[in-house]
Design a protein around this ligand. Structure first.
Ligand code: FEO
Length: 371
């Protein structure tokens, strides 16, 4: 059992998962958490649930505060199973509870769980009074699913931001003061780069809607609550959402067969350093694709290299191209490179992906056998 008061009559009652290492394809070397929150007012309200295997943790944490039967509302900010997996069980244990969510969430919950919860649909500007506290709902479609929503408690200037502002940290910490800015930023950067990056415009839209609202605490659905570092983290989100990059940061990612493409990568690295770039280099034979993205997030220059193997890029680079294309970093300066023995398709395939991401391309580097 593990719960914590995070604001007057508001408790974190979610679960820690320190051992998870792969979050649907994204490596989480520090584990994660599935945050849920319980508001004890005239009406009792649970905000989000947890991943299904952690249902017992959630039940134990709630029961340490109130009987589950007393819960009146379950706000479902997001239907992805890491936050809704426990909902069918919790709903059964809370017979009078109404599930409060967006139209898209209702549709998804019905389809995914084949269950008929009691729903109250909310949209932008809707409110729900719990007694002393009032919930204000901010649907945030595509941050990062169509159903996503954040919930604001005006009386506490508290935002339940769901996946926005999350971090994958499995340690038993509740507030950013327990981590410090450096670790918070590292984890929030990695999270944004691997989860939120494709959705810059919707992120900007929700940040705009929240502008001017007092904000004392951000309570996300993963990681710690943000209290001491709200302004710098919101500023980072603004930068990431609008595609601000560092003009002197570069990423080189490559794989190699017999060393020729690796030599090309090293030459590009040398040349970039001569021009004053800070360069991060990834040899993809020993690097997971998700490890690359935090560096890509603010890099203005991306060089990707692969030799040609059976008329293709190497499988490791194919995985990176597919992953990066999905996360869609835009408007970088890009360069493709690679060695080949006879057909040499790989460089063109890398360039095609970069063009689709609206990169400005530098002259590609191709080497017949080796430079
Ligand atoms: Fe943490 Fe989109 O689920």
């Amino acid at each position: 059992m593990s719960y914590k008061q995070i604001a007057p009559n508001i408790y974190a009652v979610g679960a820690f998962d320190p051992d998870i290492r792969n979050f649907h394809g994204y490596l989480t070397p520090h584990g994660s958490t599935y945050n849920a929150y319980l508001i004890l007012d005239d009406k009792k309200c649970l905000v989000d649930t947890v991943k299904r295997p952690f249902t017992v943790d959630l039940i134990d944490n709630i029961r340490a505060l109130i009987p589950l039967e007393e819960i009146d509302y379950i706000v479902c900010n997001h239907i992805e199973p890491d936050h809704s997996g426990a909902l069918p069980t919790i709903a059964q244990l809370c017979p009078k509870a109404t599930v409060v969510c967006t139209t898209a969430a209702e549709k998804g919950l019905r389809a995914y769980y084949k269950a008929d919860f009691r729903f109250q649909i909310v949209g932008a500007g809707d409110t729900l009074s719990l007694g002393q506290k009032t919930l204000h709902f901010f649907p945030m479609p595509m941050v990062h699913w169509p159903d996503s929503m954040s919930t604001y408690v005006a009386e506490d200037a508290l935002l339940f931001s769901n996946d926005a502002f999350g971090q994958h940290i499995g340690r038993p910490a509740y507030f950013d003061s327990e981590l410090g800015w450096e670790i918070l930023l590292e984890r929030a950067t990695d999270y944004y780069a691997n989860i939120v990056l494709p959705f810059g415009m919707p992120v900007s839209r929700i940040l705009g809607q929240l502008q001017g609202k007092p904000l004392s605490l951000i309570a996300p659905s993963h990681g710690v609550c943000i209290k001491d570092n709200i302004a710098p983290l919101v500023e980072k989100y603004n930068q990431w959402a609008t595609g601000v990059t560092d003009p002197k940061k570069a990423v080189i990612a490559f794989d190699t067969m017999w060393g020729a493409t690796k030599s090309m990568a090293e030459e590009i690295e040398y040349s970039l350093r001569q021009k004053g770039y800070e360069v991060t280099m990834f040899h993809m034979s020993a690097t997971h694709v998700s490890t690359v993205m935090a560096s890509v997030l603010d890099a203005s220059y991306i060089a990707l290299g692969s030799p040609t193997l059976n008329k293709q890029v190497m499988p490791t680079m194919a995985a990176l191209l597919s992953y990066m294309k999905g996360l869609a970093p835009k408007k970088r300066l890009g360069r493709a490179f690679g060695a080949y023995g006879w057909s040499g398709e790989s460089v063109g395939q890398i360039e095609t992906m970069m063009q689709e991401l609206d990169f400005t391309l530098e002259t590609p580097l191709k080497a017949l056998w080796r430079q």
